[in-house]
Design a protein around this ligand. Structure first.
Ligand code: MTE
Ligand code: MO
Length: 541
């Protein structure tokens, strides 16, 4: 074959590979309907990739794509898979064993990834095995239908008619080497091949979508959540003064609507925990192991509290932060029943999908509202925010405290155990740093000279914001008006009436807590949270 012919053949073989790849993925998702979404090959490989991602890449992903990082990961995975599928097609067309080996390798990688997820077992390999078999069969069927390819360009001896029928079963071989290949390219066998390929590809894609859509609706957690009526709190949250909100256009609500609440976790598939089988095991350095059931939790004296939760990955001025009213059982009550040993200094909490957080035991046993939360904004926790039970600990970043879908508390020591993020280079201790952000005006706004409202939010959870200052260009720091106080565990809004003069201006903000002014030194989020003053540049005309 000429290079041109073999290129055409490779192209068709790559198409066959892509179509077989779609069938593989589709069968994987359909079978995963029976073994759980975490065992879907795409999810299993993605989740393993997430866990193996080095810190710098993860930081790059969250800082570039924010909370869309999961979507980007999924797209990236599909692209890589498409490439590998095309390669498998080309290899299979040249030598079947090569292509088949690649398919088997991919299925094996995915099967091992699925079995090694913390929330799966051996059965989790079944979708990968089924997908691998479907991939092999469909690839073989399509490769066998690859049309013979003839050169369209070179026809040096038009005088010699070719006696072979167009769709002769005889491969172009020795004869073709002496008599130059003559045939019109898109013969019936090519059409049949393209039809079979398109059919396989469509079936695969449809199966993948159906598998994922059905998987998303038929989950136990969803119906359990819909049926749940939260018990009334034994202790209600202190009433929130109406003046917590700065009333100016563009200002974020003091109370973050649950739908807008940032979501950060390592879960590609939101864990589905059925409350009726939920249990919390408390063990480790304790006198008495304790198991708390869902019914016991519901029957407990629940406390309601406003707490601002934020992520250590929140950059200066960022929005990985939200304030909500949580309902839950103080964790100190559960720990008191277990009676931790005096030498324990940490509680390692674990989620149903294997995420862990290491929390200083003091933050869980002192009088703050560290909760095993079941409610958010008066409703059961949204599934992606930890349904049925999560932790919320005022004053600590989420990565060391806010375990969602929590099922296990191990009382231990920092010297003995590490957790998901501390294993990946983040600091073992994660107290929230005092921070501020300017919400209005926005960066690069064009404003009219005169009085302009500058407003924003500051936070110093569990210490409280005591004072906020704004500076324009290189002028003096001036105190701004603090909005009403919703409690030391919640963020605090503020505003400032600025007499703006024409020109380009830089606005800076800084907050105080009882220990003094926040740090103004620019520090990156790794390893224990960003530092620095938020700033906004505007043009006044
Ligand atoms: N199970 C589980 N819990 C988790 C995480 C996670 O990856 N898995 N991420 C933590 C981090 S880093 C943060 S900032 C908070 C975010 O909680 P949210 O998504 O409800 O805002 O959850 C924490 N709890
Ligand atoms: Mo976080």
């Amino acid at each position: 074959m000429s290079t041109r012919e073999s290129r055409t053949r490779d192209g068709l073989a790559a198409l066959a590979g892509l179509a077989a790849g779609a069938v593989t993925v589709g069968v994987g998702s359909l079978v995963a309907l029976f073994t759980g979404a975490a065992s879907d090959p795409i999810n299993a490989v993605g989740a393993t990739f997430v866990d193996a991602t080095p810190l710098w890449l993860k930081e790059f992903a969250t800082s570039t794509f924010g909370t869309d990082d999961k979507l980007v990961l999924g797209l990236g995975e599909v692209l890589v898979l498409a490439l590998l599928a095309a390669v498998a097609g080309v290899l299979a067309a040249r030598r079947w064993a090569w292509g088949a080996t690649l398919v088997v390798l991919l299925a094996a990688v995915s099967g091992i990834a699925a079995m090694s997820r913390p929330d799966t077992g051996t059965l989790a390999a079944v979708p990968s095995v089924a997908a691998g078999v479907a991939g092999l069969v469909s690839l073989r069927l399509l490769v066998d239908r690859l049309p013979r390819v003839a050169a369209k360009a070179a026809r040096p001896t038009p005088a010699a008619p070719d006696p072979r029928p167009v769709d002769s079963a005889r491969p172009i071989g020795a004869a073709a080497a002496t008599t130059p290949a003559p045939r019109p390219a898109p013969g019936p066998d090519r059409r049949a091949f393209l039809q079979a390929t398109a059919a396989a590809a469509s079936l695969g894609v449809i199966a993948a979508f159906v598998g994922r859509a059905v998987g998303a609706t038929g989950r136990a957690a969803r119906s359990a959540r819909a049926a749940l009526r939260l018990p009334a709190p034994a202790t209600t949250a202190a009433p929130v003064p109406t003046g917590v909100q700065v009333d100016t256009p563009g200002m974020e609500p003091w109370e973050t609507p649950p739908d807008d609440f940032y979501r950060i976790d390592t879960a590609l598939v939101v864990p589905q925990v059925d409350p009726s089988t939920w249990e919390l095991r408390v063990h480790g350095l304790v006198e008495q192991e304790v198991t708390l059931t869902w019914d016991e939790l519901l029957a407990s004296e629940l406390v309601e509290a406003w707490v601002t939760l934020c992520c250590v990955s929140n950059p200066v001025g960022g929005d990985l932060i939200g304030n909500q009213r949580w309902l839950g059982l103080p964790i100190r009550e559960v720990l008191a029943r277990a009676k931790p040993h005096a030498d324990a200094d940490m509680v390692l909490s674990k989620s149903s999908d294997g995420f862990t957080a290491s929390t200083p035991i003091e933050a869980l046993t002192d009088d703050r509202d560290a909760l095993l939360a079941i409610g958010m904004d008066g409703e059961p926790l949204p599934i992606e925010h930890g349904f049925p039970v999560r932790m919320v600990v005022p004053g600590l970043y989420g990565y060391v405290s806010a375990t969602k879908w929590v099922v296990d508390l191990e009382v231990t020591r920092f010297a003995d155990k590490t957790s998901y993020w501390t294993d990946r280079g983040w600091s073992p201790h994660g107290p929230v740093k005092t921070q501020s952000r300017i919400s209005v005006p926005r960066y690069d706004d064009s404003l009219k000279a005169g009085e302009i409202v500058v407003a924003g939010t500051s936070w110093a959870q569990h210490r409280g914001v005591t004072r906020v200052q704004v500076r324009v260009d290189s002028g003096p720091w001036v105190d701004v008006d603090l909005a009403d106080d919703g409690g030391i565990d919640s963020w605090r809004q503020w505003s400032y009436r600025w007499q703006a003069e024409p020109g380009r201006h830089t606005l800076l903000v800084r907050a105080y807590d009882p220990d003094g002014v926040q740090s103004g030194k620019r520090v990156d989020v790794v390893p224990n949270g960003a530092e620095g003053y938020d700033q906004v540049q505007v043009t006044v005309a």
